[in-house]
Design a protein around this ligand. Structure first.
Ligand code: MN
Length: 203
């Protein structure tokens, strides 16, 4: 039956000093919880009752704005908590590192493009690293709680890394300084998880 808020895979203060505990508490316990609650409230009679969150996203044009906004919010944040970790960041290794070098030229170039995608997203939204239908990595962004799985998205692919650039993700600590938050985010990227996702998408 209904969707549930996944537990954080680490304590709320584990990403300090890059992401502060109060932001994590409110972001996970209030914002993500609200997406889950509102998604569940929008499901009855929608035709999406028995679909996975991925299937809902892939067919999002068939559903209401409430399901688009809250289903996207649930999918996006569920991924977001997983692709961060304490004692993480740095330079990736493994297959994802090879693919980043292959498709962007270097890790530094990837980082530049990813941060640019977040900076250029006016208002609220997400920056993404995806595996495209051609098997190549690509960087882009989506507005609001849309994501690259959605059939209505201009930017498509299977997300393996997402960065929330809504103000609720950073305002308590960074206020209007989105670039400072985005640079700090690179200190908490769980590249092992991103690599696992990349390997599973390729199969
Ligand atoms: Mn958020």
């Amino acid at each position: 039956m209904p969707f549930e808020l996944p537990a954080l895979p680490y304590p709320k203060d584990a990403l300090e000093p890059y992401i502060d505990a109060l932001t994590m508490e409110i972001h996970h316990g209030k914002h993500h919880q609200a997406y889950v609650t509102n998604l569940n409230n929008a499901l009855p009679g929608s035709g999406a009752e028995n679909l996975s969150i991925e299937e809902i996203c892939k067919n999002i044009s068939k559903f209401s704005a409430a399901i688009r906004n809250n289903g996207g919010g649930h999918y996006n944040h569920s991924l977001f908590w997983q692709i961060m970790a304490p004692n993480a960041g740095g330079i990736p290794s493994g297959e994802i590192a090879d693919a980043i070098n292959r498709d962007f030229g270097s890790f530094d170039k990837f980082k530049e493009l990813f941060i640019q995608a977040g900076a250029n997203r006016f208002g609220s939204g997400w920056a993404w690293l995806v595996v495209g239908n051609d098997g190549k990595l690509a960087v882009g962004s989506t507005p609001n709680q849309d994501n690259p799985l959605m059939d209505i998205s201009d930017f498509k692919g299977t997300p393996i890394l997402g960065m929330d650039v809504w103000e609720h993700a950073y305002y308590l600590k960074y206020q209007n300084r989105r670039p400072d938050y985005m640079n700090a985010f690179f200190n908490v990227i769980n590249w092992k998880k991103v690599n696992d996702l990349f390997v599973s998408v390729k199969k």
